[in-house]
Design a protein around this ligand. Structure first.
Ligand code: ADP
Ligand code: MG
Length: 695
C-alpha cells in the first residue's frame, strides 16, 4: 500500500496529521468518506424568488481597488455575473502599525485583475434586501486555477477534521489521490462475476462520486456500491475466519488447574451470577478444545464482562500462557489495569498496562518482560499490536468493547492470528438474526442477567435547573455525580475548551462541592489522577466529555447528567447511563436536551423507557431513517463507513448471499480474478486481531 506521505502535496509532517484521522495510505484516504456534503452549485445572488443565504457565483472582474481609510484597510472588487448583476465584494483588514509596509491585499490584487473570471462564495451582507448585492466573501477561486472546480460550482464534500487539516486541503489531497488511482488503473476490487450480477458503479467511479458527486442521484449510487463492498468484505472476512477456526488446530491445550482460579473466586467477596458461570463454562470449553476459540461475548452494560474475561486470562496464566486485553481508549485500559492489579496482587500474577502514552523507559521494560514471559497478563490500547511488541507465549486475546474500534487499528501482531484464542466483548449487540447471517456459526455467549441488587436506572428528561437540583441533592447525601457534555464539531480540542468553560460555571454554581474535569486533551497522568480521586471520593462531581463513556466503574456515583442528550446516539446514551447504578444505591440518569423535534423526542423516550441494551440497539436502527445516513455515522460500530445496517438491509442480504457463492467457488480466494478483492480484504482485516490469515 503506498504511504500517504508520497502523495503530491503531502510530506512527512502532513502525513503525521492525517494519521490522526486513521489515514495512513492512499487507499485509506480514498476510503475516508465525507461526513456530509455542501451544495455549492452555482447560486447567484438573484436566482429564484428567495435570495440565497450562501451566494456562489462566477463573475468577471469589472474593477477592484484598495480604499484608504483610517483604522482599517478595505479592499473592494466589483464583479459582473454575466446576467447584468453587479456584485460588490468587500474585505476588511486591521491596519498593522508594527509592519506598515506589509500589504495584506497583495494576493487579492494579483487575483482580481480586471476581466479575470473568479468564483466567489460568500454571504449577503444585507440579508433582507433582495436587490442589495453586497457580498462578504468567504472563499474565492480564480476560474483559471484547476482547483476552482473542486471547491466551487458543485456539490462539495465535508469531512470530519482534525486540528491542522482543513476541508479545503482534504479536497485537494482527495483529488490527487483519485487522480493517482485513475492513472494507475487499478482493477475493480469486486469479483467480476459479482460485479456483473449486481451492476453497481465500478470502484473508480464510485470513489470519485462519493467525494465529488455530480448529482445527488450519482451520490446515492456510489454509496450503495460502497455499502455493498463493505458488507461483502466484512461478510467474507467472517466467512474465511469461520472456516479457519474450524480447521486449523491450535496445537496447545489448556488444563483447568484451579491454583489461580480458586483463590480468585474466593477473593471476590461475591458469587458469580448464574449467567457469568454459564458463560465462563462456554469459554473454558472452547479453550480446552483443540481448535482456536472465536467467541463473541455480549452483555449489557454492567453485566460483569470484565471478570469473565479475567477468568479466562487466569486460566491461561495457570497454564503458563500469556494473555492480553485490548481496550478502545486509554482511560478504559487504565481502569482495567487498576481492577486487575487489585485482584492479581493477591494472587501474585504479574500484570502490566501498555498504551501510547506509556513512557519510553517503562515501555522498554514492559516489552522486555512480555518477550521473556515474565508478565503473564497485559492490558492496553492498540499500542499492544505495534510491530515491536513481541510475546513469548501469547495464547489468548480479549478485545473489550469491540464495537468501539475503528475499521483498522494499526500495527501487526507477530503471532499467527489464526491460532490465537480470541474473545471479543461488546455491550451493543447487533440483532441476532443479522449476527447469525453475517457471522455464520460464530460462537456467541450472552450475559442475560445483571449482578444481584441492581435496580434499573430511572431515566428522565429534565431542564438544566432541575438537573442541578438533583445533583445537589445526591451529593448532599454523600453520593457522586457525572455531568457529561457532547463532543463538539468532532474536535477534542474545541470540546475540551467548551467543557472547561462549563466547568468554571459549574464551580461557581456549586462552590460547596469538589468538582473535577476530564477530557481527551489531558495528559495520561492528569486523567489518571482525576479518575483516582473520583474513585476514592476525593471529588464529588466529575465534569467530562464522552471519554468516560465506556468502562468507568465507581459504585458510589449515582447520578449521570447528560447535556445536549439529543446529540448522542442511543447506544452512547445507554453506555453513559451504565456508568451509574454500579453499587447498592438507587441511581438516576438525567437527559438534558435542547430543542427537540418529534424524532429526537422519540429517540430519547426509548432510553427513558427501557434499560435493555438489546431493545435500545434495535430501536436505534429503526429510528435512524434516511437523511441521517450521510450526516452521522455511528462511530466505528460494526466497522461500517458507507453502509447503514438498517437502511441497507437489502444490500446486506445480497452481500451475504454473494459471499457464500464466492467462498463456495474459491474458499481461500486463490483465483486470479479475486486477487484485487483479496488484497483489499487483507488491507482491512489482516492487521486487526479478529482477523484472517490467508497466506
Ligand atoms: P461490563 O459488563 O459493563 O463491562 P463490568 O465488568 O465493569 O461490567 O462490571 C460492573 C461491576 O459489577 C463491577 O464493579 C464488577 O466488579 C461488578 N460485578 C461483576 N460481577 C459481579 C457479581 N457476580 N456480583 C456482584 N458484582 C459484580
Ligand atoms: Mg466493560
Amino acid at each position: 500500500m503506498s504511504s500517504i506521505q508520497y502523495l503530491k502535496g503531502i510530506g512527512p509532517a502532513r502525513a503525521k496529521l492525517l494519521e490522526r484521522l486513521d489515514i495512513f495510505s492512499v487507499a485509506d484516504l480514498l476510503h475516508y468518506y465525507p461526513r456530509a456534503y455542501q451544495d455549492r452549485r452555482e447560486n447567484p445572488p438573484n436566482s429564484g424568488l428567495n435570495p440565497p443565504s450562501l451566494v456562489i457565483c462566477k463573475g468577471r472582474v469589472l474593477r477592484a481597488q484598495s480604499i484608504p481609510a483610517r483604522s482599517v484597510l478595505i479592499f473592494k472588487a466589483f464583479l459582473s455575473d454575466g446576467q447584468n448583476n453587479q456584485i460588490e465584494c468587500t474585505w476588511f483588514k486591521k491596519r498593522s502599525f508594527r509592519n506598515f509596509r506589509f500589504d495584506p491585499f497583495a494576493q487579492l490584487k494579483k487575483d482580481f485583475k480586471t476581466n479575470a473570471q473568479i468564483w466567489v462564495i460568500g454571504r449577503r451582507e444585507n440579508r433582507n434586501n433582495f436587490f442589495d448585492n453586497k457580498i462578504s466573501v468567504e472563499e474565492y477561486y480564480p476560474v483559471s486555477a484547476p482547483e476552482s472546480t473542486w471547491h466551487a460550482g458543485r456539490i462539495t464534500p465535508v469531512y470530519a477534521l482534525t486540528e491542522g487539516v482543513s476541508n479545503k486541503q482534504l479536497r485537494q489531497y482527495m483529488q490527487e489521490a483519485l487522480h493517482a488511482a485513475e492513472v494507475a488503473q487499478e482493477p475493480d476490487i469486486l469479483p467480476p462475476a459479482l460485479a456483473q450480477k449486481r451492476r453497481f458503479l465500478n470502484s473508480a467511479q464510485a470513489l470519485r462520486a462519493i467525494h465529488f458527486p455530480n448529482s445527488l442521484a450519482e451520490l446515492e449510487n456510489a454509496r450503495a456500491r460502497l455499502a455493498y463492498e463493505e458488507f461483502l468484505l466484512l461478510a467474507t472476512a467472517w466467512g474465511v475466519k469461520r472456516t479457519q477456526t474450524k480447521t486449523v488446530a491450535k496445537g496447545y491445550t489448556y488444563q483447568i488447574k484451579k491454583n489461580l482460579l480458586s483463590p480468585f473466586r474466593q477473593s471476590l467477596g461475591f458469587e458469580f451470577t448464574n449467567s457469568q458461570k454459564k458463560v465462563i463454562n462456554e469459554i473454558f470449553a472452547d479453550l480446552q478444545s483443540p481448535l482456536p476459540m472465536n467467541r463473541l461475548l455480549q452483555g449489557d452494560v454492567g453485566s460483569g464482562k470484565t471478570l469473565v474475561a479475567l477468568s479466562a486470562m487466569l486460566l491461561a496464566a495457570e497454564n503458563g500462557y500469556q494473555s492480553a486485553l485490548m481496550a478502545p481508549t486509554e482511560i478504559l485500559a487504565e481502569q482495567h489495569y487498576l481492577t486487575f492489579q487489585k485482584i492479581l496482587k493477591k494472587l501474585k500474577v504479574p500484570v502490566a498496562v501498555l498504551t501510547s502514552s506509556t513512557k519510553t523507559a517503562e515501555r522498554k521494560k514492559i516489552l522486555a518482560a512480555l518477550a521473556d514471559g515474565s508478565i503473564s497478563i497485559v492490558v492496553g490500547t492498540h499500542a499492544l499490536i505495534q510491530d515491536d511488541v513481541q510475546f513469548k507465549n501469547l495464547k489468548l486475546a480479549v478485545i473489550d468493547e469491540q464495537h468501539r474500534f475503528g475499521v483498522r487499528q494499526r500495527g501487526k501482531l507477530k503471532e499467527k492470528t489464526a491460532r490465537l484464542d480470541l474473545l471479543t466483548m461488546t455491550a451493543t449487540p447487533i440483532p441476532r438474526t443479522l449476527a447469525l447471517a453475517l457471522y455464520g456459526d460464530l460462537a456467541v455467549s450472552t450475559l442475560t442477567e445483571l449482578p444481584p441488587g441492581r435496580r434499573p436506572i430511572a431515566t428522565q428528561m429534565a431542564d438544566e435547573y432541575q438537573a442541578r437540583h438533583i445533583v445537589a441533592q445526591e451529593v448532599q447525601k454523600g453520593r457522586q455525580a457525572y455531568i457529561v457534555y457532547p463532543l463538539i464539531e468532532e474536535s477534542e480540542k474545541i470540546s475540551a475548551k467548551a467543557v472547561s468553560e462549563e466547568f468554571e460555571k459549574l464551580k461557581a454554581l456549586f462552590p460547596q462541592y469538589r468538582l473535577s474535569m476530564l477530557h481527551g486533551q489531558m495528559s495520561r497522568s492528569e486523567k489518571e489522577n482525576v479518575m483516582k480521586d473520583f474513585s476514592a471520593h476525593k471529588t464529588d462531581i466529575l465534569v467530562a466529555t464522552p471519554v468516560i463513556e465506556v468502562g468507568i466503574d465507581v459504585p458510589n456515583a449515582t447520578i449521570m447528567v447528560i447535556q445536549n442528550a439529543e446529540r448522542f446516539g442511543l447506544a452512547s446514551l445507554h453506555q453513559l447511563r451504565g456508568r451509574v447504578g454500579r453499587g447498592q444505591y438507587e441511581s438516576r440518569c438525567i437527559l438534558v436536551a435542547e430543542r427537540q423535534g418529534s424524532v429526537a423526542r422519540e429517540r430519547l423516550r426509548v432510553v427513558c423507557d427501557t434499560c435493555d441494551g438489546f431493545k435500545i440497539g434495535e430501536k436505534d436502527m429503526q429510528l435512524r431513517g434516511p437523511g441521517e445516513i450521510l450526516g452521522t455515522r455511528q462511530s466505528g460500530e460494526l466497522e461500517l463507513k458507507a453502509a447503514d445496517l438498517f437502511k441497507d438491509r437489502n444490500i446486506l442480504q445480497w452481500a451475504i448471499e454473494d459471499r457464500d457463492e464466492l467462498l463456495q467457488a474459491d474458499p481461500l480466494l486463490q483465483k486470479p480474478e479475486h486477487a484485487a478483492f483479496k488484497k483489499r480484504l487483507l488491507q482491512l482485516y489482516q492487521q486487526n486481531w479478529h482477523l484472517i490469515d490467508l497466506n
